[in-house]
Structure formats: structure tokens, C-alpha cells
Design a protein around this ligand. Structure first.
Ligand SMILES: *[C@@H]1O[C@H](CO)[C@@H](O)[C@H](O)[C@H]1NC(C)=O
Length: 105
């Protein structure tokens, strides 16, 4: 009875050790797991520049994205959505091209 118990303990210890080993191996094989368009990668991949000033990178997603869509920086520091205009300091500021400074007239 005692020997069966001891054997079980050994089995549990060995099983745990191998489980950890498998986990370490998984991390070594895939240190930076991420997904883009349903494809899985294990290392950082080159990403296109996100077309906004407030991009975010979600955990497990390879590339940054723009939660509020493309936009431009405006002179006073806030952002203007692409193709939109806002009056800033009495000037009509328009975001014509994402990521480029809004043009104010
Ligand atoms: C600002 O400029 C845009 C683009 O030229 C124009 O469509 C819009 O009507 C203008 N807004 C104002 C308040 O003048």
C-alpha cells in the first residue's frame, strides 16, 4: 500500500516536471505569439504604420490598429477624423491625409 502511494507520488512529480518542460519548450518555440488576419506568428512581424495618432496594440495581436479609424493630428493637439473638418482657433482645419497634420484655412 505504501509502495503504491510512493509510486503515485513519483509519477505525479515526474508528470509535473515534464509538464513544466513542455511549457518551457512551448515558450522557447513561440516566444511572441500573436495573430494577424487569422494567421499565427511566433515572433514580431513587420507591420504597416497605423493611419492614426492614437493607435493601440491589443494583447496577442501582431500589429497596431486604429480603434477610431484613420485621423490626423491638429495644431492644438487633438485629433480630427479623416475627411472631417473642425474649427480650431477660428480656422477650418481638415484632415485630408491620415497621419499628416490637418490643414487649417
Ligand atoms: C471646412 O472645410 C471643409 C473642406 O474644405 C468644408 O467642407 C467645410 O464646409 C468647411 N467648414 C466650415 C465651417 O467652413
Amino acid at each position: 500500500m505504501a509502495s503504491i502511494f510512493n509510486w503515485l507520488m513519483v509519477a505525479v512529480v515526474i508528470g509535473t516536471a515534464f509538464g513544466d518542460l513542455a511549457e518551457v519548450r512551448r515558450q522557447n518555440d513561440c516566444p511572441y505569439p500573436c495573430t494577424v488576419n487569422g494567421h499565427h506568428f511566433c515572433h514580431p512581424i513587420p507591420c504597416p504604420l497605423p493611419p492614426c495618432v492614437d493607435s493601440i496594440t491589443e494583447h496577442g495581436i501582431c500589429c497596431p490598429s486604429c480603434p477610431d479609424g484613420p485621423n490626423c493630428p491638429a495644431p492644438d493637439g487633438h485629433t480630427i477624423p479623416w475627411k472631417h473638418s473642425e474649427m480650431i482657433d477660428g480656422k477650418n482645419c481638415t484632415c485630408e491625409h491620415p497621419l499628416t497634420q490637418a490643414t487649417c484655412v
